[in-house]
Write a protein that binds this ligand. Structure first.
Ligand code: GLP
Length: 241
């Protein structure tokens, strides 16, 4: 693992963006795995800025999102579909057909995981963006998920629902299920870029990097990836020493 510690979230976002921009310039047909949550928001803002300055284009990029809630429509303001359009896609020149977000259509519940998984088998990511949940999840691979999991429908942890309730009116509105890329799908990416900031991530970040590899903390498997970069602010890195 390569660990980069930046002064604050602003610097984390700029650093992450400069890495992605570098890859995108080298390969305009980049296949990029995207994450939701607060952590990548600054990265997306910087990518939008670089696009507006005509430094980069997303015309030939294919994107694949990690996960999506089940039980709310794509049109719901808190769906990851809405999140991605609201914070990124609507500002850049991504081609609609090149945007892939896991389907959450209940009428196709028996097929959606296998369909997404098959697509991932045919499309290896060049780079996968990740955040980390306070319980060590990546995507929605909650503690206890087998480390060789592939795209599946997950029952969300109570802790995850509590963490994510800040985006809903109350906890009862937070979906109980989601569809997520599995740990094996994430590990298949050629490169991984994980972003974490803030004191509340310090403990889990330290366990991810220095703890033993265990499915009790799914992000710990990233220790085994051959090209994984972790970008932290000083607070998130504060328990590493
Ligand atoms: C969510 C997402 C994850 C994300 C995590 C951390 O539940 N499914 O992909 O990494 O929570 O979110 P945040 O960056 O807001 O702390």
């Amino acid at each position: 693992m390569k660990i980069i510690v930046c002064k604050n979230y602003d610097e984390v976002s700029k650093r992450a963006a400069s890495i992605v921009i570098g890859y995108l310039k080298a390969n305009p047909q980049l296949k990029i795995g995207l994450a939701t949550g607060s952590s990548p928001l600054g990265l997306y803002k910087n990518l939008i800025k670089a696009y507006q300055n005509k430094e980069i284009s997303f015309k030939e990029v294919n994107s694949y999102n990690l996960d999506e809630y089940i039980g709310i429509d794509q049109s719901h303001p808190q769906s990851y579909y809405s999140f991605m359009y609201e914070h990124f896609f609507k500002y850049v020149d991504m081609v609609k057909e090149n945007i892939h977000i896991p389907d959450n259509n209940l009428d196709r519940i028996d097929e959606i995981a296998d369909d997404y998984n098959l697509m991932l088998h045919h499309n290896q990511m060049d780079i996968q963006i990740l955040g980390i949940g306070s319980n060590g999840h990546i995507g929605f691979n909650e503690p206890g998920t087998p480390l060789d999991s592939e795209t599946f429908i997950v029952t969300l942890d109570e802790q995850t629902r509590i963490d994510n309730s800040r985006f809903f009116n109350n906890i009862d509105e937070v979906p109980r299920y989601a569809i997520t890329m599995g740990i094996k799908n994430i590990m298949y990416s050629k490169k991984i870029l994980l972003i974490a900031s803030g004191q509340e991530k310090a403990e889990v970040v330290s366990r991810m990097i220095k703890g033993k590899i265990t499915n009790k903390l799914p992000a710990s498997i990233l220790q085994l990836h051959s090209d994984c970069t972790i970008i932290l602010d000083e607070e998130a890195a504060s328990k590493l020493l």
